[in-house]
Design a protein around this ligand. Structure first.
Ligand code: ADP
Ligand code: MG
Ligand code: ZN
Length: 479
């Protein structure tokens, strides 16, 4: 029997405000434990929360970028539960009147764009952080009250890869808005993945499980993959799925049940009496809408049209706004209408140097800057230097902080395209490789490439391979 998976994600992201959601404590990461807590975020009796205006603006910004309808009338509710990381014994969240709802996010799949509906985006506060040691557990309240955005998707994904793509796309958009780092390792993005299985073609939803404790997008994908196999195995044995919350264990690459639905608690939501309901004006929504920059999806399409790039190249270049801006700076300096050669350099040699140094492409320091970079690309494109030489000059230039044009001049690396200068090298190679010459004459086309390679080696990479190939062909057909 054929089964399909159904996946819905609940994502929490920290908003990058200077202060917490309802008090003036700093949100700075990595400070001395419990140095950023006050009576408000610790819930002392008599203290009163005040909504952080910037947190609200950021939340609205994300909601709009995710095509959600921002509600005019909204309010905060208390979600009540007891846990050591929650000093107030309730979390300020939003229940029945969330800030926004009914949006969508388009993601790329192998063959098409897929529309993933977003159920709601609402604002809440984070809890503290528990640090478990051998005999005891410690709690750090610095995180308590940091503004948190909850983004809930509809169960519209069917493959772990789609969940991965959803998270990548979401992170890219939020990065463009510059309102969160979305760093799973630092805990500024967390994801609960809901997953169920049903017979292919059925419209009914199966019983779901909820996965937690994944610390990377890849872990989300792996956890979902494991869970799909586990559920299909149970169902095909005629067993049923138990609705539970499961923890992903990266070491064993398995999920383990943490609690079942019966153990789930009733949060007894009620409106927070300290934070009266409020209205969001149309004007404010419009203002925030205006401040949203061109987002990655439209930028990708524009790059394809304007610069003649493939979808694949465009997508890589627009993933972060900083890199996309940098790419456009480079394109401006390159005279041809088609910017594909520049894109190749950005995605190829520059990106690999960036990766090796844990940087993004715009952060790599190229001696002489964009101008020198483009000069090098032009030399390579016009055939004045070979691609191989250009690449090694480029990396030497960055490592040793020397202009690439200096390296080319000092080492005399201009490509030899002049056949007179190549004749001697070709002569030598023909003499030294009689067997390959015979092979070629006997119809083995590959032998020619070998001979070209030998000439290239003798020239230390500066010969123009196209010209070498022409000379060899001519010489070998003369007999
Ligand atoms: P809960 O009440 O358990 O929190 P919700 O209906 O609020 O469940 O949905 C939470 C998340 O789970 C949403 O992202 C939703 O898309 C997803 N979800 C709900 N039902 C299913 C299902 N049967 N299979 C997969 N995902 C689901
Ligand atoms: Mg829920
Ligand atoms: Zn505080």
């Amino acid at each position: 029997m054929d089964y399909e998976a159904v996946i819905g994600l609940e994502v929490h992201v920290h908003l990058k405000t200077k202060t917490k959601a309802f008090c003036a404590c700093s949100t700075e990461f990595g400070q001395e434990p419990n140095s950023q807590a006050c009576p408000v975020c610790l819930g002392f009796p008599g203290s009163l929360p005040v909504l952080n205006k910037v947190a609200l603006d950021y939340a609205i910004k994300v909601a709009l970028a995710l095509n959600c309808k921002v509600q005019e009338y909204t309010k905060f509710d208390r979600k009540n539960y007891f846990y050591p990381d929650l000093p107030k014994n309730y979390q300020i969240s939003q229940y029945d009147l969330p800030l926004s709802k009914d949006g969508f996010l388009d993601i790329d799949t192998d063959d098409k764009t897929k529309h993933i509906r977003i159920r709601r985006v609402h604002l809440e506060e984070d809890a503290g952080k528990l640090i478990h040691q051998q005999e005891i557990s410690l709690v750090d309240f610095n995180r308590t009250g940091i503004p948190l955005l909850e983004i809930v998707s509809e169960p519209d994904m069917n493959y772990p890869q789609e969940a991965y793509e959803y998270l990548t796309t979401l992170k890219s958009i939020i990065g463009y808005l510059d309102v969160s780092d979305c760093d799973m390792e630092k805990g500024s993005l967390r994801c609960d993945a809901n997953i169920s299985i049903r017979k292919t073609g059925s419209l009914e939803l199966g019983i779901k499980t909820e996965l937690k404790n994944m610390n990377s997008f890849k872990a989300v994908k792996d956890g979902l993959g494991f869970e799909i196999s586990r559920q299909i195995e149970l169902l095909s044995k005629g067993k049923s799925i138990i609705q539970d919350t499961r923890l992903w264990d990266a070491k064993s690459a398995k999920t383990f049940s943490m609690r079942t639905k019966e153990e789930a608690q009733d949060y007894r939501y009620f409106p927070d009496p300290d934070l009266p309901p409020f209205l969001i004006s149309h004007k404010k929504i419009e203002e925030i809408k205006e401040s949203i920059p061109e987002l990655p999806q439209s930028k990708k399409i524009r790059f394809m049209k304007e610069y003649g790039l493939s979808e694949y190249d465009s997508k890589i270049l627009v993933a972060s706004k900083k890199d996309a801006d940098y790419a456009e700076e480079c394109f401006k300096d390159y005279p041809d209408e088609n910017k594909k050669p520049v894109a190749n350099w950005l995605i190829g040699p520059l990106a690999s140097i960036a990766n090796a140094n844990n940087k993004t492409i715009s952060e790599v320091e190229i001696p002489g800057g964009i101008q020198e970079f483009i000069k090098l690309i032009k030399l390579e494109q016009s055939g004045n230097i070979s691609n191989l030489v250009a690449k090694s000059v480029f990396s030497e230039s960055i490592t040793n902080l020397v202009l690439s044009s200096e390296i080319i001049k000092n080492k005399n690396l201009f490509q030899i395209s002049d056949s007179k200068n190549l004749d001697n090298l070709v002569d030598e190679v023909i003499k030294e490789n009689i067997k390959s010459v015979d092979d070629y004459k006997n119809g083995k086309g590959n032998a020619l490439m070998f001979l070209v390679g030998q000439v290239m080696r003798k020239s230390k990479g500066v010969a123009n391979p196209k010209v070498v190939q022409e000379i060899l062909r001519r010489r070998l057909s003369d007999g």
